[in-house]
Design a protein. Structure first.
Length: 100
């Protein structure tokens, strides 16, 4: 079976872009700021200055968006954060929210 140009155009019109998910870090009173900056730099690949800015947003506002990804990648980032925090003995929380 072959597709004509019009079939291809019709299919493109029905495609929906994948949903995007935000990965958020949640403030707590125990996780050191330096650790959060290291997580933001290492897992979310933020430059140091941006990682510090996001960490301060988490500290002052209670949570901050660390990155926007497809669902699978967002879940992987969340698991990486939670595993790293657990290994270090910190209660750092990481959540995922569907973005509109």
């Amino acid at each position: 079976m072959t597709f004509s140009q019009t079939d291809s155009t019709a299919l493109r019109g029905k495609l929906v872009p994948p949903k995007r998910y935000g990965v958020f870090l949640i403030n707590d009173d125990y996780t050191p700021m330096d650790f959060v900056v290291d997580v933001l730099s290492g897992i979310f690949l933020l430059p140091h200055n941006q990682a510090v800015a996001v960490m301060l947003t988490i500290h002052h506002q209670g949570k901050a968006l660390c990155g926007t990804y497809s669902r699978d990648i967002a879940e992987t980032k969340q698991q990486q954060v939670l595993q790293l925090a657990a290994e270090a003995g910190y209660p750092l929380l990481c959540t995922i929210e569907e973005l509109s």
